[in-house]
Write a protein of this length. Structure first.
Length: 433
């Protein structure tokens, strides 16, 4: 049964992956057609074609390898300086440029002269290239809102799971009290497991982060604590101790390091909590920040990833993960001993996170990513406006094809990184519990 559930989880993620890719390419397709650009192909996947059907002047299809997708637009690059596709050159770099230029015109038909991508104004090309990643962002936000407000997420609550007997510094990393350890303020005040803290020091809140911050800021103070116990409210009094506790970031997450702060001495119970619209926006903002930080930190994580793939190093929880790794996590989620609603919620979160990563990754201003074409269009607009202001000749379209040697280098780096992640995902995968 567990194996069947894992297979089902993997299938669910793969379907979510295909939908995400198709949704991304639909953004490019719809805006390209809106601006009159001819699109001969709309494909989900790479490799051999499994299914295709032509409607109008576009062939729609699904290919065998679900690791991406594409649409083919006519005239992605302008012709050579003489207005024609240039003759082949013995220079390997020039050959790259000419091959890219030739591919942009290989399906040119009579009447397409007015339907070329490069002839559209820069702002239209920006919209066409931005529409794909933007569709991923829309899907990510929609899924995040669905989970946060509809299903809820597991987080700490104001309900007491257990009460500490004594005050122990966080760096001590022990649970057993010594004779020299003072009694915890929670124990002395009479706090009990299953108590729900309604207010602390006169501040009413049902949010754990708010309660935690108030406790930390009350070191040395004697405060009233109102708890709900067996359906009735009871007021306790505690003198908050000063202790070494784990450091928290701005979003309330525990980070490396310790700080001196107020300490009450209890463990908060976890539960599924539905988020408000404002809390959901705040949560997503934090996740976007985390995702950006992760992309910036990718180069620094390569040594540890290499050690995890080819050595005996551990696979860190925040290690880069590819499609295979994400699919395995999807299978792990389906096999967890948790309510079915939370399995659905976690699966949706996985797909949402994938789409958020697709958006951010594609916005990098590097060819062959969408962000590289956006950067090229913006540069063209800048230099044309500069020429107009200073009454200079129009420099014409910016020839993005000349950057193809750089694009091949970037693509090569991406391919090597993808292979490394794939090997790590197979031999030493990221696991959840």
């Amino acid at each position: 049964m567990t194996t069947l559930m894992m297979i089902l989880g993997i299938v669910v993620f793969v379907v979510g992956l295909l939908v995400s890719i198709a949704w991304h390419e639909l953004g490019h397709l719809s805006t390209a057609k809106l601006f009159g650009i001819r699109v001969p192909q709309y494909m989900v996947g790479f490799g051999p074609t499994l299914f295709s059907r032509k409607k109008g002047d576009t062939e729609y299809g699904i290919k065998a390898i679900p690791l991406g997708g594409y649409i083919r637009m006519i005239g992605m690059f302008p012709p050579g300086e003489d207005g024609k596709i240039e003759a082949r050159s013995t220079s390997p770099f020039r050959s790259m440029v000419e091959d890219a230029r030739a591919a942009a015109f290989e399906e040119l038909q009579p009447g397409d002269e007015t339907r070329l991508f490069y002839t559209r104004k820069p702002w239209k090309r920006v919209i066409v290239m931005f529409a794909g990643p933007f569709m991923n962002l829309i899907l990510a936000v929609g899924l995040f809102f669905t989970v946060l407000m509809g299903f809820g997420i597991t987080q700490q609550t104001n309900t007491v799971a257990s009460v500490s007997d004594c005050v122990i510094q966080a760096s001590a990393k022990r649970d057993t009290c010594k004779a020299s350890d003072p009694q915890s303020p929670a124990k002395a005040a009479g706090l009990q497991a299953k108590d729900k803290i309604v207010s602390f020091n006169g501040i009413t809140t049902d949010k754990w982060n708010t309660l935690s911050d108030e406790i930390r800021e009350s070191a040395g103070k004697t405060v009233p604590i109102v708890v709900e116990r067996d359906g009735q409210q009871k007021t306790l009094t505690a003198k908050i101790a000063t202790n070494q506790v784990a450091k928290k970031d701005s979003s309330g997450q525990i980070t490396d390091g310790y700080v001196k702060a107020g300490f009450l001495g209890f463990t908060a119970a976890t539960g599924v909590v539905h988020q408000s619209f404002g809390d959901s926006v705040s949560w997503m903002t934090d996740r976007v920040g985390d995702a950006v930080d992760s992309i910036v930190a990718l180069p620094a994580k390569i040594p540890a990833l290499w050690d995890a793939a080819f050595g005996d190093g551990p696979r860190e929880a925040d290690s880069p993960m590819g499609v295979v790794g994400a699919a395995r996590v999807g299978g792990d989620i389906a096999g967890l001993d948790i309510p079915a609603t939370q399995k659905v919620a976690m699966s949706l979160m996985l797909v949402a996170g994938f789409n958020l990563s697709l958006f951010l990754f594609n916005m990098l201003p590097l060819l062959p990513l969408d962000g590289g074409h956006i950067a090229g269009a913006l540069w063209e607009a800048l230099r044309r406006n500069f020429a107009r202001v200073f009454r200079r000749p129009d420099p014409g379209p910016f020839d993005v094809a000349k950057l193809m040697p750089v694009a091949y280098v970037v693509a090569g780096i991406f391919v090597c990184f993808t292979i490394l992640v794939l090997i790590a995902d197979v031999v030493n995968p990221v696991k959840i519990s």
